[in-house]
Each structure stands twice: as C-alpha cells, then as structure tokens.
Design a protein around this ligand. Sequence first.
Ligand SMILES: Cc1ncc(COP(=O)(O)O)c(C=O)c1O
Length: 505
Amino acid sequence: MSLSRHIDAEQIIAQSKDHHYKKHTDGHNRTLHRTWRRDEDAAAVPKYALPKHGINSKAAYQLLHDETALDGNPLLNLASFVHTWMPEDADKLIVENLNKNIVDLDEYPAASLIHNRCVSMLGDLWKAPKEGKVIGTATAGSSEAIMLGGLAMKKRWQEARKAAGKDYFHPNIVFGANAQVALEKFARYFDVETRLVPVKAEDGFIMNPHNALQYIDENTIGVMVIMGSTYTGHFENVKLMNDLLDKLQEETGLNIPIHVDGASGAFIAPFAHPHLQWSFDVPRVVSINTSGHKFGLVYAGLGWILWRDESYLHRDLIFELHYLGSVEYSFTLNFSKPAAPVIAQMFNFLNLGFEGYKRIAYKDLRNARTLSRALESTYFKVLSNIHIPLKPENHRNEHSDDPETYHSGLPVVAFRLSDEFKTVNPHVKQAWIQTLLRTKGWIVPNYGAPLGAEDVEILRVVVRETLSEDLIERLVVDILAITESLACKPFLFLSIAFETWRLIY
Ligand SMILES: Cc1ncc(COP(=O)(O)O)c(C=O)c1O
C-alpha cells in the first residue's frame, strides 16, 4: 500500500537501497521496515501485515518512539481544544488505574462511585434543578455525548408523535452552520434531517436564534445550541433561543427542547461568566454535553452528558445488564471504557476546586485578550470578541481582569489579515502564515468560515492552560516576523512566479 497517489515513495526507496537489502523489498515483503538497537542487529518487521514473530519490547518501543517523534509538539498545537498536560500526581494516578474498565461496576466499585460523584458535581455546576433527578454518564468525548443527547430527544419526539397518532418517521434537528462535525454525524448516523441555520459575519459566525425559528416545524426534535463555537469561540445565546421558543409555543403549540453543546464552554462559562444563563437554569435545556478532555483539563478520551432529569433520558436508551454477577444500567454507545480519565477528572475537581478552574479560565482569557490586542494593533482583524469590553467607558484607563466585563466566549483568538494589509499586499495568501508558523513548531490552522460566510478565511489560536504569557509573546513575535517577511518584495516575485506556473500547468 502506498500512501501517495502520484509517486510510489516505497518503490523509490526500495530501488534506492543497497543490493544486499533489495531482496527484502520484493512482493509483499516490500513493506518491511527496520528497527535499530545498538546491542543487536536491526530487526525487520512487515509494515502492513501482522509480523509472524514479534520483535523484543525494547525494539518495538524504540521503533514507535522514533516514529512518533514526527508528530507535532502538543504544547505548540494551538489548533486543538484538547488538553495536553496534567500534574505529575495526576499522571501517577492515571498510570495506576490504566488497567481498569469503568463498565465493570462490580469489580471496580470505587471507580464507579467516583464516576457518579463527577456526574453529581457537574449537575451542581450546571445548576440542575434540586427537585429533579439529574442523570448522566461519562463518554469517550463530546461526540458520543452529542449522539446520546440527540437520540434522547429523538426518542421523546417519536413517543409523543406516536401517542398523538402522527407521522414519526421524518424527524429533523436544527443547529447553526458553525456546528462541529459531531452534530452532523448524529443526524446522519441516526436518520435525522439536518437543518443548518446559515451564519453571518456580523453575528460572529454563529447561529442567530431569530433566524433559527424559520427552520423549526412539528418534526423538529430539538435545537442544539453551541456554547463555544469551534470557529471563533463565540457563545450562542441559549437564553434568547429559550425565550423565542417559548413564544413559538404560545403561537403554535410546538414544544421544542434545547440540547447545549458545551464541548468547551461548559467548563469555561460557570467560572468566567457565572451570571450568564445557559445551563439547566434555562428551562428548555434538557441536556448538556462537555468534553472533560478540553477545558475539563483531562487528557484525551473523556466526555460527559447530563440530562436535567431522568425523565428526559428515554427508557429505550437504558439497558439493564445482568452481567458479571450484578445488575448494571448502560446508556452509552460503547460498552467498555477506561476508568482512568474519569478518575483524572475527579483529581482535577479535588485539586482545583471551583477557584482553581476559575483561576485557569481567567488566565486563559487574559492571555487570549493580550494576543487579540497585539494582533489587532498590527496587520490583523480579530474576529473573536472576548477582548471587546461590554462597556468601553469602564475600560478607559485600564483593562479589567473580569471576563464578565467583556463579551463572553472561549479563550480563542480567531483572526484574519486586515483589509488594509490585503490592499497593500494582495500577493500574500493567509494560508502561508499557517505553513510558515509550522516551520517554527506552532500549529495554527487556517480555514474557511461556515456556510453563509464561506469566503472568509480564519486563522485560529486556542489558548489553553499551557500557553503561557511568555509563549504568547513568542507567538506574536513569530506571527509578525512571518507576516512582514511575506509582505516583502522577494515574496512578491515568488508569488507571481507561483501564480504563473499555476496558470501554465
Ligand atoms: C463545539 C464542539 N462540539 C463537539 C466537539 C466534539 O468533541 P470531541 O472531540 O470531544 O468528541 C467539538 C470538538 O472540538 C467542539 O468544538
């Protein structure tokens, strides 16, 4: 199997080898690759077929250790929302619990209790009503959680339609075109029609609840509102959506629930924007998902979903398992799951507490504001708005550190080249900034805005806990140096040469 469509790199490499080694490169053996260890001959293993005999563990380690060195550095991966660092004590705890399966409730009762306490703490953080019985579970990430949230809404809608003797085969779901792929996956995998609400630059590239209304009808199972758009970090307005849906119900009788996709925002809003109404304090919010592995500050592999009351988790989704000697209830898509991420989540809850999470959210947002202002004062237009004061007059002399005095959103900086820069330097392609930053180790994506504003290109930095003030300073220096080098004359000639070459070929 060759990984390139145009040139067979493996064949070229095979033909370039010393004669002695060429014999290993014919037929299916072509895919052999070699490990090295100083104290033994290099061992050979096929690349795409299971080796008949294994190599020793040190050689296997070395082979993969070296190969993974080609990956980007997670610290400098500013494209990802996923957390990449935990304290040593958390690492130790994770290693101690790596071999436990959270689904084995009887065998690992402590892990199971810790799981339930995490659900309860999240319910409290998200203002679950005291009179209800909040229910929830850990998942592999927000994607699985969103599937479950969507399925629960679909089942409730179907049941109500069946009871009313109406067609229950054409469900649809409404969300903004800025939705992360997980939302569309839910719709496609579970046969629900997607109704995408186009976004506009002036709305911050997020769903405007007023525009969402026209996509809703009697077949709408719910609206998914995104707390923390992947594109720009803006929070969608959950409360306004709720109020508009109240009005819609008064006028039409349609009772539409809301699922909040809080993949990132459900771990930022409670700490940075405690007065914002977005969670279970908003009556139509029936379920919320988040990624423990994003601003929950755990390594990759953990999501959560909670329903405001167990009545919203349709009974068809709950399986009673008589397994390994006890009765268990399962309502996740996957059965087995590692216990370690859940235990790591509780480590953070205990170690950080509310004030610790708040400190980190404040710091991330402060660093994001610094980066936003630095970019905005040079060659860029910043499209995220967490650095813009709600009341500019209160900020006249000094910048406030309280996120509530700014527009709410994730610690994300979305930006593009300014119109002035583009006018003076029409030859500069924004995507080149991404490419050149990569040569310095930084991973900063450049991508198109969602449906409705597709012609806008966005560069985006996710400011996570590990992106210190010092690194922000280095990043600004590198972005500016790269942008200035692109603006200079030699690049102009290179760009003309490139465009000419493209036209000819
Ligand atoms: C808004 C939003 N929803 C859902 C997801 C999917 O989350 P996960 O990667 O935890 O499955 C993401 C991931 O970035 C996201 O930003």
